[in-house]
Design a protein around this ligand. Structure first.
Ligand SMILES: C[S@@+](CC[C@H](N)C(=O)[O-])C[C@H]1O[C@@H](n2cnc3c(N)ncnc32)[C@H](O)[C@@H]1O
Length: 253
C-alpha cells in the first residue's frame, strides 16, 4: 500500500471520496512532484479532504487549488489551499480562473462527472497545464452511465470525445488534411487510460524523426523479384480509394 492510500485509509480529517484503485495510479504519476513547488488544481472539492491529502502528500512547497460549485467549500480554505467557487461548465468562470492562478502541474477533474462538464473543463483548462504537466479526468465510467449522459459509443460522452486524442497524438504522421497537427499534437507525450481515469502527460514535441543504425542482416524486401513499380502504383491508387471510403487497405508489402 503506498503512502497516499495509507493516508486515505487512516484519514480522520475531512471527508474524502475516491475509488480505491486510484491510489496506485496517483502514486505512479505524482511521485516525482513530491517535495517540489508543485501547483495542483482539483475540480470537485466535496468536503475538502482530498485537498488536505494532496497537501500532506506533496509537502510544504505545494500550492493546492480547488474549484467547486458549492459556495460552502470556500470555508475549507487553509494554509497552502485556495478554493474558487464556480461551475466547471461555465467557460467564462474557467477563463477568468486562468488569469488568477499560475499554470498548473497537475490538474484533476473530479467534479460533477457529467459529459459537458468534463469536455468544457478539458477544452478550457488543458492549455493551462504546464508544458511537462499532467491532466487527469476521473470517473470516466460515467461515460457508460445513463444518469450522467453516458452510454456505450453514445455521441457526446467524454470517452467518445477522448478517442479523438489518439488521432491528435498521431497527427504528425497523417497524410490527410482532416487530421492537422494541433497544439495537442505538439504538447502531448502520452495518453494513459486506466479504469476510469485518463492521464494525459504533456511534453513539448516536434516532428518525430526515424533513423536506422547498424548493419543489414538480409536483403531488403523491395528487391524481391515480383515487386515492380507498376504494381506498386496500382496498389497505392487502390488503397487511396479504399481509404476515402474508410475501408480496410490491401496488403502492399
Ligand atoms: C466526487 S465529489 C469530489 C470529491 C473530492 N475530490 C474528493 O476526492 O473527496 C464532486 C464534487 O464536484 C462538485 N461539483 C458538481 N458539479 C460541479 C460543477 N458544475 N462545477 C464544479 N464543481 C461541481 C460537487 O459539489 C462535489 O463537491
Amino acid at each position: 500500500m503506498n503512502e497516499l492510500e495509507h493516508y486515505f485509509r487512516g484519514n480522520d480529517k475531512r471527508l474524502i471520496h475516491k475509488w480505491l484503485h486510484y491510489f496506485e495510479i496517483y502514486d505512479r504519476y505524482f511521485e516525482r512532484y513530491r517535495n517540489r513547488e508543485v501547483v495542483l488544481l482539483e475540480i470537485g472539492v466535496f468536503h475538502g479532504g482530498s485537498l488536505q491529502m494532496w497537501k500532506e502528500y506533496f509537502g510544504q512547497k505545494a500550492k493546492i487549488y480547488g474549484v467547486d460549485i458549492n459556495p460552502r467549500c470556500k470555508d475549507l480554505e487553509e494554509k497552502q489551499v485556495e478554493i474558487f467557487i464556480g461551475s466547471q461548465s461555465d467557460r467564462q468562470f474557467l477563463r477568468n480562473l486562468k488569469t488568477i492562478i499560475p499554470k498548473v502541474d497537475i490538474l484533476i477533474d473530479d467534479g460533477g462527472h457529467r459529459m459537458r462538464q468534463q469536455i468544457i473543463t478539458f477544452e478550457e483548462l488543458f492549455d493551462h497545464v504546464a508544458d511537462d504537466g499532467l491532466y487527469l479526468c476521473e470517473d470516466l465510467h460515467t461515460s457508460y452511465w445513463v444518469t450522467h449522459g453516458g452510454g456505450y459509443k453514445r455521441r457526446g460522452t467524454f470517452i467518445e470525445y477522448s478517442k479523438k486524442f489518439i488521432d491528435w497524438l498521431h497527427a504528425f504522421h497523417a497524410e490527410q488534411k482532416g487530421l492537422p497537427v494541433s497544439s495537442f499534437t505538439r504538447s502531448v507525450d502520452a495518453i494513459h487510460y486506466h479504469d476510469s481515469i485518463v492521464v494525459i502527460e504533456k511534453k513539448k514535441r516536434s516532428e518525430p524523426v526515424d533513423a536506422r543504425t547498424g548493419q543489414a542482416s538480409f536483403e531488403e524486401i523491395e528487391t524481391v523479384e515480383w515487386w515492380r513499380p507498376s504494381a506498386r502504383f496500382f496498389i497505392r491508387q487502390l488503397n487511396l480509394i479504399l481509404r476515402f471510403f474508410r475501408l480496410p487497405g490491401v496488403f502492399w508489402r
